[in-house]
Design a protein around this ligand. Structure first.
Ligand code: 5GP
Length: 113
């Protein structure tokens, strides 16, 4: 497990409400939401950045994508969400334990990116 805040949340050292959990990942509400719905999907395996994932992680990465669909459905936003992965400091990553941001509850249709 990583020493990051997410490693501590996954291990239970820092209590947090899991919106979703399965064998390979959890989902929690972001502490500083950037949209009305802002959920983080975090693999239990501590991969620092997306680019640090290797061939061994192929199945896990697919699993995370399928989990996103399930979580979006659970949240009632399967038809309207944005999925973001920040990679590296220059990409805006602040917690170096891979995670996916599900952003929803606002209209992204006219956003420039
Ligand atoms: P990054 O910038 O690394 O892509 O995203 C890290 C995210 O983790 C940020 O959106 C930040 O608000 C969130 N975050 C940081 N610390 C905590 C925490 O202790 N609990 C929760 N739930 N989210 C956190």
């Amino acid at each position: 497990m990583s020493d990051t805040i997410f490693g501590k949340i996954i291990s239970g050292e820092i209590p947090s409400e899991f919106l979703y959990e399965d064998e390979h990942c959890i989902a929690i509400n972001d502490i500083n939401p950037q949209a009305p719905i802002h959920v983080l999907v975090i693999p239990k395996k501590a991969i620092p950045r997306l680019v640090d994932a290797g061939a061994d992680d192929q199945e896990l990465l697919g699993h995370l994508m399928l989990a996103v669909g399930k979580i979006a459905a659970q949240l009632g936003v399967a038809d309207a969400f944005r999925l973001v992965v920040n990679n590296g400091e220059g990409g805006g990553q602040t917690v170096f334990h891979l995670h996916l941001h599900i952003l929803a509850g606002t209209n992204f249709a006219e956003a420039s990116i």
